[in-house]
Design a protein around this ligand. Structure first.
Ligand code: MLZ
Length: 278
């Protein structure tokens, strides 16, 4: 059974306070999501924001849409809120004098784009204009304060919204630090980013929330990895120089042990004996 994260208890435990709603560019009541999987719409290409492309709704989480650009691959999906200013009903681009573009990495020859566009829109279910919501007006200045708690999109795993803390405030930016993850997912963003939410937003929006990384778990992992390095380094035995007296454990008749494969996280240092350049 799904147990929502207990923010109240966590705030008490960590003796911290949430960033107030007034800090965020998010609607006070999270918007209704009336989109359906398979609906088509217009979206800015996240990799080339001067292009408007056709996108399809791949899945839905609370007020968010997982989108895929038509003609692109399935490795570049992205998420948008239903009140994002970067999505529009089909027809919006033409109405405003623009032209629909193929996505960056269009998987066909550019010359086949007009025909592709025609075919992809033919008989498609287009998201009706009334289910698009107006983007909320954000605060005029950065109101965040150091140490405040929030919920934030993990940009490396953008389907996830996670427990986070304001780690720094610098001009119009904040440093979003993810609780319990040792900095591996942290980033700077503008105070009016659409990727940050007030405490309780996920619970109110029917969106799952990732609790803090488990200090216990990462501690245990760290210990497991370290114990490998702490093991004594075996001295290679060469017959002609082998010592007369061997330690009780040594058995020269035993076959050599099989090679050991070590798996590292990219963000971890293997210590002085490991070449981590590969
Ligand atoms: N599968 C990943 C998820 C990490 C998500 C962290 N979010 C701040 C991992 O366990 O590394």
């Amino acid at each position: 059974t799904y147990q929502p994260f207990d923010w109240e208890e966590y705030l008490r435990e960590t003796n911290s306070i949430p960033a107030p709603q007034s800090c965020f560019k998010q609607a006070p009541h999270s918007p209704l999501n009336e989109f359906k999987v398979g609906m088509k719409l217009e979206a800015l290409d996240p990799r080339n924001v001067t292009s408007t492309c056709i996108a399809t709704v791949i899945s839905i989480l609370g007020p968010r849409l997982r989108l895929r650009l038509d003609g692109s691959d399935d490795k570049n999906d992205f998420w948008r809120l239903v009140d994002s200013s970067e999505i529009h009903p089909i027809g919006h681009c033409e109405k405003t004098g623009g032209m629909l573009q193929p996505p960056l990495g269009f998987r066909m020859n550019a010359s086949s784009w007009p025909m592709f566009l025609l075919k992809t829109l033919n008989g498609a279910e287009m998201a009706p204009a009334k289910i698009f919501q107006k983007e909320p007006i954000g605060p005029r200045t950065n109101l965040f304060q150091l140490g405040q708690k929030l919920e934030a999109v993990d940009k490396k795993n953008p389907q996830l919204i996670c427990c986070a803390t304001v780690g720094a405030v610098k001009n119009d930016q904040i440093h979003v630090t993810f609780d319990g993850w040792r900095g591996a997912f942290d980033y700077f963003c503008k105070y009016d980013s659409r990727d940050i939410f007030p405490v309780g937003w996920c619970a109110r929006s029917g969106h799952p929330m990732q609790p803090p990384g488990q200090k216990n778990n990462s501690g245990a992992n760290r210990f497991r990895y370290r114990s490998v390095f702490q093991a004594p380094i075996p001295t290679p035995t060469v017959s002609s120089t082998a010592p007369e007296v061997q330690s009780p454990e040594a058995d020269t008749s035993a076959p050599p042990p099989p090679p050991i494969m070590l798996h590292f996280r990219k963000t971890c240092s293997g210590g002085p004996l490991i070449d981590s350049s590969q």
